[in-house]
Ligand binder design. Structure first.
Ligand code: ZN
Length: 136
């Protein structure tokens, strides 16, 4: 945008997010001056992932051994040090005969009984969290 009036000191607005930050990458925000219409781009930074923890859907750290019912679905979440949503984290189970997991942490438990490991891993930082799911 071409400035239409001279401007001694820009008054930047709140800005619009043009590139949302992700788990491990910076985003960008476009600010505009309320006086002259000049624009500038600023970086949106997030702290790198240094810790990741599987949590319940309510955001409480999940027990190291979590008991689940056969033939049920259980939603898990994540607690990340930087408050990121967890998008991009890879979910997996060690024994898909006992349970499967979607890439947003929804576990589908099969008939059991048995125990399988549930892991959430950030492929960028290499940080991960594992709990045992005990089907009884
Ligand atoms: Zn200005």
């Amino acid at each position: 945008m071409t400035p239409t009036v001279s401007c001694d000191e820009h008054e930047w607005d709140e800005g619009v997010v043009t590139i949302p930050p992700t788990l491990n990458s910076k985003g960008e925000m476009l600010l505009a001056c309320a006086n002259c219409g000049a624009t500038k781009t600023v970086e949106i930074t997030v702290e790198p992932i240094t810790s990741i923890r599987i949590a319940t859907a309510d955001g409480i750290p999940a027990a190291v051994i979590t008991t689940v019912s056969p033939n049920s679905t259980v939603q898990f979440g994540l607690i990340l040090n930087n408050g990121a949503s967890g998008e991009g984290v890879t979910w997996s189970v060690s024994n898909t005969a006992l349970a499967t997991v979607s890439q947003n942490g929804l576990v589908t438990v099969k008939s059991g009984p048995g125990t399988t490991m549930l892991t959430a891993a950030d492929p960028v930082s290499g940080k991960s969290s594992t709990i045992a799911l005990r089907i009884v």
